[in-house]
Write a protein that binds this ligand. Structure first.
Ligand code: NHR
Ligand code: GAR
Length: 205
């Protein structure tokens, strides 16, 4: 079984969309994958409680309890590795990860970023898209590399920017598309790795 560990910091609506997709599309049977744990750097992240109602293990690791970014990342990796993850998913996780952490999960660490990358890396993406006069906005699912928001793009979703939009109305429109594109991109990643595993060691050979 391929274990998926999801990292959140807040509402967790992308995490919930992934968990629901896994349930509805029977990822266990079809893709040999399951959401094994949800991890938050904030104890009050709303998504944690919902994950518990779904019978998913939850963990909290408060970054403020650590003296450095590296110390937090080392502890975070140790906690995640207890679940033997095939895939680590950032879903509204708000801490930049150090190069050592990223290298440890190279090729199996994904993020969803609320802009059409390579435009608007970093924070406050919706206000910056409005300020730039963009006519479309969206979200990008990408593999995480040491450099922020520049890893290989797995999939994107586009929405229109409408007259009168604020950062809040635009964020809400983008978020509904994030809930579709992220589960779809992960299912494709899982299918592709299943195929690679099969070619590398076909059953019965
Ligand atoms: N880490 C690496 N190495 N590479 C990426 O592409 C990453 C990453 C960690 C998180 C998500 C992210 C985004 O989609 C992400 C991508 C937080 C910040 C940030 O500045 C920036 C980007 C992203 C997440 N965080 C502040 C920090 O000091 C804290 C902000 C806060 O706590 O509210 O870590 O854009
Ligand atoms: C999402 O819009 C996600 O793209 C964004 O935060 C929101 C989290 O919502 N991520 C970032 O801004 C990363 N810097 P959620 O917790 O409800 O999934």
């Amino acid at each position: 079984m391929k274990n998926i560990v999801i990292l959140i910091s807040g509402g967790g609506s992308n995490m919930a969309a992934i968990v629901r997709a896994a349930q509805q599309q029977d990822w266990e049977r079809r893709l040999g994958a399951r959401v094994a744990a949800v991890v938050s750097n904030k104890a009050d992240a709303k998504g944690l409680e919902w994950a518990r109602t779904q019978g998913i293990a939850t963990e909290v690791l408060d970054h403020k309890a650590f003296g450095s970014r590296e110390a937090f990342d080392t502890a975070l990796a140790a906690l995640i590795d207890r679940y033997d993850p095939a895939l680590v998913v950032l879903a509204g996780f708000m801490r930049i990860l150090s190069p050592g952490f990223v290298a440890h999960y190279a090729g199996r660490l994904t993020n969803i970023h609320p802009s059409l990358l390579p435009a608007f890396t970093g924070l406050h993406t919706h206000q910056r898209a409005l300020d730039a006069g963009c006519k479309v906005a969206g979200a990008t699912v990408h593999l995480v590399t040491a450099e922020l928001d520049v890893g290989p793009i797995l999939d994107q979703a586009v929405v229109p920017v409408l007259p009168g939009d604020t950062a809040e109305t635009l964020a809400a429109r983008v978020l509904t598309q994030e809930h579709l594109v992220y589960p779809r991109a992960l299912a494709q990643w899982l299918e592709a790795t299943a195929l690679k595993d099969h070619v590398a060691s076909p059953p019965g050979v």
